[in-house]
Design a protein around this ligand. Structure first.
Ligand SMILES: Cc1cc2nc3c(=O)[nH]c(=O)nc-3n(C[C@H](O)[C@H](O)[C@H](O)COP(=O)(O)O)c2cc1C
Length: 337
């Protein structure tokens, strides 16, 4: 079932919402590589209601490429969420996704993100309120529960589908687990088994085409959502559809194109250069000489110097036969989902 609300999607592969990553430039690239849907990173319902300039930046999207455009909101107050969703709709959103998985305290202490797992009824009210206010399809993204003793994903699913949720994404770790351990795909299978007629989006630890295939086959989920596996590797979506991995030249051009789009989005200033460094580290991951390249670009503050370094490194870079170095591991503890 490749449908979400009124939309039939071309394939079962979705880019995960990732704060600081799933901004317009990266979403556009992922769509162009074949991703069927690329929700925004989490956007504050309070910020949106107040038309906060910083929040509005996260609403920017490319209407030519991003079809349908899915906006992820977070918040704990059903009324505020409904009002924010209306603003999102006025800015072009065609699907509203609700964050019910973010483990970060700043967000959960206001009853948002994974705190909603502790209050399924309020979560249901949020879905209902947004549907009534906008008429848009509403999707939700949950974790398996608050902690090991409260894995209430089936109850959440029951309430959310009852409220009219059009598709449910599950990252099967508890809030307490953050990013430790392995995602428990049995949770995804369990959800699909209990709700065979509903749309279930599986998420967690899909890094390769083989992982994606295995998740589809073993859990029966309708869609596979990919987060960290796409960092520095948007070509994964093309490979999932049977296309080739990038040759060095193509990778180099892709990184440069992303950099230019990122600068247009984030400002051609030092800030844009700095916020792109993490992408450069991810693009270099697993290539020979990646550690030295990362060290080099972390010292560079000018757009032209970064362009030169990217050309020099990526045009010749080959996959490191020894595999990615350990020092490139990223600490995701503070990641917002
Ligand atoms: C850097 C980063 C930022 C994230 N931000 C969000 C977010 O804004 N909203 C959300 O629902 N999940 C967020 N997540 C969680 C991912 O969407 C996903 O559920 C999680 O990374 C597990 O999938 P993966 O193993 O494919 O990465 C974030 C994850 C990472 C790594």
């Amino acid at each position: 079932m490749l449908r979400i609300g009124p939309y039939t999607l071309p394939n079962p592969f979705i880019l995960a919402p990732m704060a600081g990553v799933s901004e317009m430039p990266f979403r556009v690239i992922a769509f162009q590589m074949g991703a069927a849907l690329c929700p925004t990173e989490l956007v504050s319902s309070q910020g949106l209601m107040r038309l906060n300039q910083r929040t509005l930046k996260y609403l920017r999207f490319d209407p030519e490429v991003e079809r349908p455009y899915s906006l992820q909101l977070y918040g704990g107050d059903p009324e505020a969420m409904a009002r924010a969703a209306v603003t999102g709709q006025q800015h072009g959103a065609r699907i509203i996704d609700i964050n019910m998985g973010c483990p970060v305290k700043k967000i959960t202490k206001n009853g948002a993100g994974s705190a909603l797992l502790c209050d399924p009824e309020r979560a249901g009210l949020i879905v209902r309120g947004i549907r009534e206010a906008t008429g848009l399809p509403v999707t939700c993204k949950i974790r398996s529960g608050w902690d090991a003793t409260q894995q209430n994903y089936l109850r959440m699913a029951e309430v959310l589908f009852d409220a009219g949720c059009a598709a449910l994404a599950v990252h099967p770790r508890t809030r307490a687990q953050a990013y430790t351990g392995l995602a428990d795909w049995r949770v995804i299978a369990d959800l699909k088994q209990h709700f065979p007629d509903q749309v279930i989006i599986g998420n967690g630890d899909v890094k390769t085409c083989e992982d994606a295939r295995r998740m589809l086959d073993t859990t029966g989920c309708d869609f596979v959502m990919i987060g960290r596996g796409a960092l520095g590797n948007p070509w994964l979506f093309r490979e999932l559809l049977g296309g080739p991995a990038p040759e060095p030249e193509e990778r180099c051009e892709g990184v440069l194109r992303h950099f230019e789009a990122h600068l247009r989005f984030d400002g051609e200033s030092l800030s844009g250069v700095r916020t792109f460094r993490k992408h450069l580290a991810w693009y270099g991951h697993g290539l020979r000489g990646a550690a030295a390249f990362r060290h080099e670009v972390n010292q560079l503050d000018s757009v032209e110097a970064v362009r030169d370094a990217v050309r020099r490194f990526f045009a010749a870079a080959r996959v490191d036969p020894q595999g990615p170095g350990e020092e490139q591991d990223v600490d995701y503890r503070a990641a917002l989902g």
